[in-house]
Design a protein around this ligand. Structure first.
Ligand SMILES: Nc1ncnc2c1ncn2[C@@H]1O[C@H](COP(=O)(O)OP(=O)(O)OP(=O)(O)O)[C@@H](O)[C@H]1O
Ligand SMILES: [Mg+2]
Length: 256
């Protein structure tokens, strides 16, 4: 492990070193190197099938890597299971919704918190731990501006609200880095704007790595954008640099 190359001396929350993943003959991830510092807001964009979700699956330990390293706070976690990475401060949301639609907003949050704890059904600890879990759920809902809707069944929330709630559930583990896979997927343009506002209100110390096709959301939320193409980072830059990049325009217009 070496963090000597850092000029600031600050350890990255997440670092990827020459990460590769092959599915049989298909190289879905090619030599991806990336560094995310506390509070960074980075986006990964790229056409369908570019390898964005695969990269998240490598970072979170859902897929084993073919080669390369994943470091969390300078520690090599490449071979760690997902739950250990979560415990160390990593959370993610998925491209497809993972909520319980028949339960209330509050119950969904309570379950997310409870699911993270070891002492699930120990009766003598139940009351004190229940209060702790309840307080935490209220706190999360309040911070996210959801307290007024805590008793609504999730199925009665709009699609945009459901996607925001998923992020609230991701915050239950007090992550230092949040990985969001297309939080604005399937949202109307008004709902996407609300999503961007919601993301911008999250704790500024929280690092966010965002996969997103909606460029308005990307440009609002991210200060750094990496473009993934055939599993490889083609270019990294500020929203302005990426916007005016000829290479990026080529990919999106499909002329390469
Ligand atoms: N489990 C798997 N087994 C085999 N091939 C896979 C697997 N997961 C992903 N792939 C392939 O890897 C490539 C990258 O897929 P991935 O889902 O990471 O793309 P993506 O950038 O997230 O696309 P989208 O924007 O459509 O979500 C695709 O060619 C896909 O078919
Ligand atoms: Mg994907």
């Amino acid at each position: 492990m070496s963090s000597e190359s850092q000029t600031s001396g600050e350890v990255p929350v997440l670092e990827l070193r020459q990460l590769c993943k092959s599915f049989g003959g298909l190289q879905a991830t090619r030599e991806v190197t990336l560094r995310i510092m506390p509070g960074d807001r980075q986006a990964i964009i790229g056409p369908n099938g570019a390898g964005k979700t695969t990269l998240f699956n490598l970072i979170t330990g859902i897929y084993p890597v073919t080669s390369g390293q994943v470091l969390l706070f300078g520690q090599d976690v490449t071979k760690w299971p997902s739950h250990k990475r979560t415990a160390m401060g990593m959370a993610r949301t998925f491209q497809v919704t993972h909520l319980f639609p028949g339960l209330t907003v509050l119950d969904n949050v309570l379950l997310a918190i409870k699911g993270l704890r070891r002492s699930k059904f120990v009766m003598w600890r139940f009351l004190s731990s229940y209060k702790e879990v309840y307080d935490k759920a209220y706190h999360l809902l309040e911070q996210a501006g959801f307290l007024d809707r805590k008793d609504l069944e999730v199925r009665n929330l709009s699609h945009g609200e459901q996607r925001q709630l998923e992020i609230v559930l991701g915050l239950a583990s007090d992550p230092k880095i949040l990985l969001l896979d297309e939080p604005a997927a399937g949202l109307s343009s008004g709902e996407s704007t609300d999503m961007a506002k919601f993301l911008m209100k999250l704790d500024p110390k929280l690092a966010i790595l965002l996969i997103e096709h909606d460029m308005d959301v990307v440009f609002d939320v991210a200060s750094q954008i990496s473009v993934l193409h055939f599993g490889q980072i083609l270019e990294t830059g500020t929203p302005k640099q990426i916007h005016s990049s000829a290479k990026v325009q080529e990919i999106y217009l499909g002329t390469d």
